[in-house]
Ligand binder design. Structure first.
Ligand code: TEU
Ligand code: CA
Length: 558
């Protein structure tokens, strides 16, 4: 067995399977393709792979609408392919986390098909059904994907709740049978040897009693439910029951809960060392910043992010959980735009420096780092120009509602917002080499590649000792051998500095000093580092002491 807190020393690599590697020439990434690429992930130094959902699904939300929890999406392969993937990963010393999506299912799930048939069958109360109120939805809740969070069903003459798309009906966690069914699904995968779960929007599963109207200060057509529904009154109870009945029965597993809207205080409960809930959570503060709050429409904006806001968001979580819980550390995932474009620059002059600077800034913090496929190459946003280029329902729905239906802003403005924020930026196929389709597939890919794959791909990175890949490999290797990086506390340095993000970590009498220049101009900063101190890692090939060149990042042990 591993040390009890092995997951504090680990680095997780996130794979979006449909965009990683196609092995059978249908243009869709699949499990045999991923299995072929495991040595690449191992070479990077990651310990764990988080797989986005690979279960049978109608793909209304790219797999986040599950029709059968104990199956594999045929396009990705068979259960035998999964068993091969898992066995190969374990042979290489890699662990696999599955994506547990149990706030909702697909409307094609057998449970929902039964539930909508009548009000008195085994599945009738597996979902959240309510009678119409004055002939319309039972309350004012809006969906994350625009429109109401309720859809009327002719069979039952009732509305059902869906915080996301109508094809994603919310499970009724108040029903103990629903909880037991979820626990059974978890045991199925854990018994196969899966090493844990990423839990999709797990802080939304406990809804407010009586499902009352949500506050709607923006006077939107439907209320934004996240502040009102997230971190509900029974969430700790449900997570403790899950831990008691399932998680605690398995050695060496790891859990991370996706918690949009959670606060650091909430997180000390969810990730506390003695609360027996989860190991860590994905919080959203640093990925919800958008400068001027009234120049945005929900998440949609094209504002630069003030460094002071970014530093405050990250430092707040580092300080709050130190000694009380555990952070995940991420810049990217399948829902977020590419970090180098969003938080720094993808200008070819600085892109590699900036990608390495972001890597340093995040990987030297306290918490478990997550590397999203392609981040280790410094992959960038696509800079979409036309609505027809988008595939993601979140982006397309938002455009039609805000521009066509509610006429809240002109189409060209919304296209700029989409280009900056769309999840599609993260879902273009992995860029393996400069050959046709970037080596991702021999067929036309399910989704267009980022046109810059001839300049940004794994083959070139592996041939260049100064690539982002080898820099990330060094960052990961540093963490694996340093208790200072893993366990050190966190103290921000010069929080009001507009250009430089600096912080210190302290452990057993040693101090780590991390300095990252987020600007494209040279600055000088003396925080007591001297040449005598040991430069642990830096993204320039030499060290000019107090001088920080454009996007320069460096780490000293003092
Ligand atoms: O995401 C939940 C979530 O909060 C995202 O919708 C995010 O807030 C939004 O995209 C803005 O960043 C999870 C999954 O990661 C996402 O892919 C799914 O679409 C969603 O849940 C529903 O399952
Ligand atoms: Ca395929």
């Amino acid at each position: 067995a591993q040390s009890k807190d092995w997951w504090k020393h680990a680095v997780v690599y996130q794979v979006y399977p449909r965009s990683y590697q196609d092995s059978n020439g249908d243009g869709i990434g699949d499990l045999p393709g991923l299995t072929q690429r495991l040595p690449y992930i191992k070479k990077l130094g990651a310990d764990v792979i988080w797989l986005n959902p690979i279960y049978k699904s109608p793909d209304k939300d790219n797999g986040y609408d599950i029709a059968d929890y104990k199956s594999i999406q045929p396009a990705y392969g068979t259960m035998a392919d999964f068993d091969e993937l898992l066995a190969t990963a374990h042979k290489l010393g890699l662990k696999i986390l599955m994506d547990l999506v149990v706030n909702h299912t697909s409307d094609q799930n057998e449970w929902f098909k039964e539930s909508r048939k009548s009000r008195d069958n085994k599945y009738s109360d597996y979902y959240v059904w309510r009678d119409p109120v004055d002939g319309h939805e039972p309350n004012n809740w809006g969906s994350y994907f625009n429109g109401p969070a309720w859809t009327y069903d002719e069979n039952r003459k009732q509305y059902y709740l869906h915080l996301f798309a109508p094809g994603q009906p919310d499970l009724n966690w108040e029903n103990p049978e629903v909880r037991e069914t979820v626990f059974d699904v978890m045991r199925f995968w854990l018994d196969k040897g899966v090493n844990g779960f990423r839990m999709d929007v797990i802080n939304l599963i406990s809804k407010p009693e009586g499902l009352p109207d949500a506050p709607n200060p923006e006077h939107a057509k439907y209320a934004n439910v996240e502040p009102f529904v997230s971190d509900g009154y029974r969430l700790n109870e449900f997570l403790q029951e899950m831990n008691r009945k399932v998680l605690s029965k398995y050695d060496d597993i790891m859990t991370v809960g996706e918690m949009p809207g959670s606060t650091p205080q909430d997180a000390t409960e969810y990730t506390g060392f003695d609360t027996n809930e989860l190991n860590m959570i994905f919080q959203f503060q640093h990925v919800s910043l958008a400068g001027n709050p009234d120049k945005r429409l929900g998440k949609w904006n094209d504002q630069p992010i003030p460094l002071s806001d970014l530093k405050n968001a990250l430092s707040r979580w580092e300080v709050a959980l130190n000694g009380k819980g555990w952070n995940s550390l991420y810049w990217n995932n399948h829902d977020q735009p590419r970090a180098v474009s969003r938080f720094a620059t993808d200008d070819p002059k600085y892109r590699v420096l900036a990608a390495k600077m972001l890597g340093t800034t995040l990987h030297m913090m306290q918490g478990t780092p997550y590397v999203y496929e392609g981040e280790e190459l410094g992959m960038t946003n696509v800079h979409y120009q036309k609505l027809s280029q988008y595939e993601d329902l979140e982006s397309i729905n938002a455009y039609h509602e805000y521009v066509d239906q509610e006429k809240l802003l002109p189409g060209d403005t919304m296209l700029k917002y989409l280009s900056n924020m769309s999840r599609d930026n993260a879902r273009t196929p992995m860029q393996w080499d400069e050959s046709a389709n970037a080596g991702f597939s021999t067929a036309t890919p399910w989704f267009d590649l980022n046109p810059n794959y001839p300049e940004i791909n794994a083959k070139d990175a592996l041939a260049d000792q100064h690539s982002v890949f080898y820099y990330y490999q060094k960052l990961i290797a540093l963490r694996h051998k340093s208790d200072l990086i893993v366990y050190g506390d966190y103290e921000e340095v010069a929080a009001d500095d507009k250009d430089v993000f600096s912080y210190k970590r302290h452990y057993n009498g040693q101090t780590l000093l991390v300095m990252s220049n987020f600007s494209n101009h040279e600055v000088n900063r003396d925080y007591g580092q001297t040449k005598a101190d040991h430069l642990v890692i830096g993204n320039y090939n030499d060290d000019e002491g107090e001088t920080l060149r454009p996007y320069e990042s460096k780490v000293y042990v003092m």
